[in-house]
Design a protein around this ligand. Structure first.
Ligand code: FES
Length: 68
């Protein structure tokens, strides 16, 4: 497997979440670790009921990532 194939890709979705594609370790605030793979959407708007994952709430609240 080449270096590029091992790389995790994080895509910033306009007015939406971070899409993380690949295997990574998430360390929670209590120190527990979870290994995730495939495609995971992480909340960027701060309003998900399932943080740190996106639950689609950004659409309901009209999250605008250009707002200052
Ligand atoms: S980015 Fe989707 S709920 Fe926050």
């Amino acid at each position: 497997m080449g270096e590029e194939e091992k790389m995790v890709t994080i895509t910033v979705v306009h007015n939406g979440p971070y899409l993380v594609d690949g295997k990574f370790k998430m360390v929670n605030k209590d120190g527990t670790e979870t290994i995730l793979s495939g495609k995971n959407a992480l909340c960027r708007c701060g309003h998900s009921s399932n943080k740190p994952f996106c639950d689609g709430t950004h659409v309901k609240i009209n999250f605008d990532d250009t707002a200052k």
